[in-house]
Design a protein around this ligand. Sequence first.
Ligand code: GLY
Length: 331
Amino acid sequence: MLNRRKFLEKISAAGAVTLLPGIVKSMPVPAEAPDHDVAIPAVISTWSHGIPANEKAMEVMRGGGSVVDAVEQGVRIPEGDPDNRSVGLGGTPDRDGHVTLDASIMGSDGNAGAVCFLEHIIHPISVARLVMEKTPHVLLAGEGALQFALENGFEEHKLLTPETEKSWKEWVKESNYNPEVNWEDKPNEFHDTIGLLAMDENGDMAGACTTSGLGYKMRGRVGDSPIIGAGLFVDNEIGGATATGMGELVMKTLGSFLVVELMRQGRSPQQACKEAVERIVKKVPENKIRQVGFIAMNKKGETGAFCLQPGFNYALHQNDENKMIESKSYY
Ligand code: GLY
């Protein structure tokens, strides 16, 4: 593990060459110091399912895997957990009872891949990675994404479990087929996306984001998670950001891209996440009853988070400790 001083020396030298050849220019200095020691490798991810996902991502990097391997393998843990109601197998279905999945991945080379409205596949993140690595495209949707997955050896599974089927049938009775009833007074329910960012020992970053989306959504609805720049963005010169919560609010402000661009202008990850949430408050009237949370990591391995409503937390694996942190909120 690199300590903070050695790592900062390393990226200052690299930054001087990479950003402006011939001109010595130091990296932007964040105005707000992180409240924890900074070291790499580091992994940060949304919600408590981030703890086992971080653990796996760190294990992959320590075992010699690439940072893209790490983020993919990390988020496959909640994707494969039938008890996790917001990702992959066991994800909450749409209002017609279909589990439809969205995922995206970005590497340190700026390449990106994503799938949306994908059914019957437990690990959409691995299909997204194949889109990134084996096609000239970024996003495959629905039937086409499924066809691509099956052609590449993925198997079809039933993603609706007996438990999620029972909950859906109860929801249908209570809610009269209206997806909006879930949003009132329950800002933290029905959309616990996992977004995960990792930085390896060389300071290279990647990110992954995967979800079954808003619970009991309208059929065909796609959220922010597979939209590069909305649910996930990584720029290996600056840092990365990912989002959870009500995707529509994130899409209307291109939230993760905004966080990274604010970091590019010198904001700390914490300040950048806060300003992205403030942009939502300013621009999207529904902000008062919905949740959005951002997490971010910059090129120094500093991290931050901010959300609209109280109740969002995230997992940070850094300095040999994997722990939950409560995010500050706007309201
Ligand atoms: N953030 C996940 C979604 O809204 O689908």
